[in-house]
Design a protein around this ligand. Sequence first.
Ligand code: DP6
Length: 326
Amino acid sequence: MKQNKATALAHPNIAFIKYWGDKDPDLRIPVNGSISVNLDSLYSRTSVEFDPALVGDQLTIGGRVPDDLAVQRVNQFLDHVRQLAGFSTFARVTSENNFPTGSGIASSASGFAALSLAASAAAGLELDQRALSRLARRGSGSACRSVPGGFVEWKAGKDDATSYAISIAADDHWELHDCIAVVSKEHKETGSVAGHSLAGSSLLQGARVADTERRLELCRDAIINRDFQSFAEIVELDSNLMHAVMMTSQPQLYYWQPATLAVMQSVIEWRKGGMPACFTIDAGPNVHVITTGDNLSTLTAYLDQIPGVIEVLVSRPGKEARLIDI
Ligand code: DP6
């Protein structure tokens, strides 16, 4: 072990074309590719120290020991890093998020992207961005998309070697903003791990997956050409398709609340009125509303007025996961 301690920072991401369902749940090989953007103003900062004096891995998130399931997920992940590095030393892991837990922003993507970089550097592994993205994917699927910078595509692949994410445009390529309308801060009942395993029970999942290449191409082209109208259409369609699968799974998964729908309908009206805005929703009730730089203040003011919107978090595109000095 050349080095034994490192700290990394990574941003969460919001998917425009969603990951929902696995071909291989253990390796997190998805049934379809996805596209996302990193969120600059939000981050996880994670330090890892391999210490021969430890008799087990130690983990704190925001100064607290998380629940057993989260601890087990990190242990398993560190076992894989130890296997790659060829040693058995346990680690002390401390992680902080600058966004409130329970704000409905998944911290698993930024958390596992930062953990992958910090743990591999602390273990003396020199991984390139592709290898790092593959490693992060094992911790949380969407974490592989928080490794490269800016606008990112996760190539579904067919196995561990071929399933990883790459940047398709830099963070400054298009000045989009994600305005997250928070309508609930309650912990979701069914997390994405369980959700992915239910996807195949919906009659609609086959149709959603079969059409993915077309949606990926439309979304990729809309980003490259900065074509907001085409972007808005494909992003909303993709989110609706995923939620249709969720609602028709067995058992059914409903993530929306009345305020979720109120925001969605308002966004559609505003766009009809000429404002570049579109919505996308993950496995929770909060709505990500995407707009362009010059419409940001009008949009956030509109969102603030909708009954049921508790707060609006704003972010522009963010950079790749990186090592930092502390
Ligand atoms: C709805 O990456 O959170 O946000 O691999 O179980 O951690 P795990 O799942 P996760 O799933 C993300 C699901 C989603 C859509 C997306 O981000 O693409």
